[in-house]
Design a protein around this ligand. Structure first.
Ligand SMILES: Cc1ncc(C[n+]2csc(CCOP(=O)(O)OP(=O)(O)O)c2C)c(N)n1
Length: 558
């Protein structure tokens, strides 16, 4: 019987699932795995990172824009703990990410071996599936289980632990096979119940103003066309969560934009408040989207479509709960509707947008120093190509780009880590997104707090010559928290300010093309030059601090 090593089998199993990129960082327990990657012919590019947190964010960014599982890896001990933030973000955001951590030998357990920890216990609450592979002959089925867990039902993250001795043990070749459909997600989609679709179609036809609230699930399920068809037939406004941006293009007459406390505005909230039927699609209706469960008001009739059976009914009394894939459910609903309705959504959407954008445009036209965030968003919107992907960190970027950046394509062109909102996500996620969609422009927008978390990856961007553009809102404070102290704690500012860093000079020292912008007349030329630069480029914008800005944020505590 012919065989290969566990490390070789892992490489082959990834290859068979269509993996083309692995983001990771080396360690002693990973040596056999790295050696297999070095020796075998597999077509997988290994992207060496400077921090495992970044590796996981890269895998996440890659998976979000490509619809394929993202893979990251790190060694035992510190590598396993550093990979966690990205794994949990992906899991809670329903993104298929596989984290591989190598581990000490099974025979060294319990002997105070350097880096020993219970990896399964560590990853269990944070993933759909975790497994430390104790027997090499079971490695292929463990990898298949991980891909099945990531791609089916509600997608999410999985973890595999790969002990050192297992990497060197024999795996029979006949066990090494994969079901290639599991490399993309969602796979094996659940169809909706026909009776519930009929009931929902009746409810939609009877409502005078149905309003959709779409979460990330619509784009994940690639249900944009079906949503457009259904909403257009009804004349119903389509609101989204932050992660749901791209469910419709922003210039669609029914696209209301973001609702909720982070990126929602009074004008978008007013439309939602008028709904006599709310249809949540691929959306958890969590604290941010519903402004702490207040909009829509409790008691509003609700239809909820979600792949996860635990979601509908969690927050709102739900008349019709459809547990199914968003694409299949929306298509079935559209087919079940007999005649086009006219809910007048387009007029309401146009009025709301007029209100929302008139205040924005006034601020965006000002030449204030420090530069207003509105000016940065508006100028980037002018400068970037229509299919650019914008990856935003928390702080100033997320609410501003959620509310005001106009994405003209349907699909995943806006990426933000909305499950946990950890600082320092966007630079790495943007690099991953670049590999997921290499022929379009990718932009990371961060606060200076986030820059401090992730600056080491500037070297990665330079080494890879990745044409990722970065914009830093430099305000020398953890502005979001300062804004919370202003709004809820009587302006008792405590331990939120830090000193100003010259981010452009830091970036230059790494070899990044960089621009420092302090006045509005410098802004557009710098953004144009950075966007056109063929390698990594950073624009450091000295910006109005968030606590002084008119941010589209209704609650600073989510
Ligand atoms: C890892 C992590 N720690 C703490 C927080 C809490 N937090 C949310 S926003 C924020 C401030 C962000 O500061 P910065 O990146 O400078 O952006 P600004 O708000 O100033 O625009 C902090 C500390 C977080 N989101 N992530």
């Amino acid at each position: 019987m012919s065989s290969m090593t566990g490390a070789e089998a892992m490489v082959r199993m990834l290859q068979l699932h269509g993996v083309r990129h692995i983001f990771g960082l080396c360690g002693d327990t990973s040596l056999p795995f790295y050696d297999a990657l070095a020796r075998l012919d597999h077509g997988i590019q290994h992207i060496l990172t400077r921090d495992e947190r970044s590796a996981a964010y890269m895998a996440d960014g890659y998976a979000r824009v490509s619809g394929r599982a993202g893979v990251c890896e790190g060694p035992s001990g510190g590598g396993a703990t550093y990979l966690l933030p990205g794994i949990v973000e992906a899991n809670e955001s329903s993104i298929a990410v596989l984290g591989i951590t190598t581990d000490i030998s099974t025979t060294s357990r319990g002997r105070y071996t350097l880096t020993e920890l219970d990896q399964e216990a560590l990853y269990r609450p944070l993933t759909k599936r975790t497994e430390v592979i104790d027997r090499a002959d079971r490695l292929p089925e463990a990898v298949r289980r991980a891909f099945r867990a990531m791609a089916t039902g509600r997608p999410g993250a999985a973890h595999l632990g790969l002990p050192f001795d297992v990497q060197n043990s024999a795996v029979p070749e006949h066990a090494v096979w994969a079901e290639a459909d599991l490399g993309a997600y969602p796979a094996r989609r659940a169809r909706p119940d026909a009776d519930l679709i009929e009931q929902a179609a009746i409810a939609l036809t009877s409502a005078s103003l149905p309003v959709f609230v779409c979460g990330g699930g619509v784009v994940i399920a690639d249900a944009m066309e079906e949503l457009d068809g259904l909403a257009s037939m009804l004349g119903a406004p389509v609101a989204t969560t932050v992660s749901g941006r791209g469910s419709l293009p922003d210039d669609h007459p029914l696209c209301l934009g973001v609702v909720g406390s982070n990126g929602g505005t009074p004008a978008t909230r007013e439309v939602l408040a008028q709904a006599d039927l709310v249809v949540f699609v691929g959306c958890r209706a969590g604290s941010v989207t519903t402004e702490r469960w207040r909009y829509p008001a409790q008691g509003t009739p609700v239809i909820h479509i979600d792949a996860d059976p635990m979601v509908p009914g969690a927050i709102y009394k739900t008349g019709i709960a459809i547990v199914a894939d968003a694409k299949l459910a929306l298509r079935a609903l559209r087919d079940a509707l007999m005649l086009p309705q006219q809910a007048g959504g387009a007029r309401l959407v146009a009025e709301a947008k007029q209100k929302k954008f008139s205040a924005f445009r006034e601020l965006a036209s000002r030449d204030d120093v420090p530069i207003l965030p509105e000016r940065v968003v508006a100028t980037l919107n002018e400068v970037l190509p229509r299919d650019a992907t914008v990856v935003c960190d928390p702080g100033t970027p997320c609410p501003y780009f959620s509310a005001y950046y106009e994405f003209r394509e349907a699909g995943r062109y806006f990426v933000s880590n909305r499950a946990h909102g950890a600082l320092g996500y966007s630079m790495a996620a943007a690099l991953g997104a670049h590999y997921g969609r290499p022929h379009t422009k990718t932009v990371s927008v961060m606060g200076d707090g986030s820059f401090g978390f992730t600056a080491g990856e500037l070297e990665t961007l330079v080494r890879l010559k990745a044409p990722v553009m970065m914009v830093v809102f430099s305000n020398s404070t953890y502005g979001w928290i300062k804004a919370g102290q202003k709004a809820g704690f009587d302006q008792r500012y405590f331990s939120v300010d830090f000193s100003r860093t010259d981010h452009a000079r830091v970036a230059e020292a790494f070899g990044v093309k960089a621009y420092k912008v302090e006045r509005t007349e410098q802004l557009k030329p710098a953004l144009v030059a950075a966007a056109e630069h063929g390698g990594p480029a950073l624009v450091d914008v000295v910006a109005q601090p968030l606590h002084e800005a008119r941010a589209p944020v209704s609650e600073w505590v989510a």
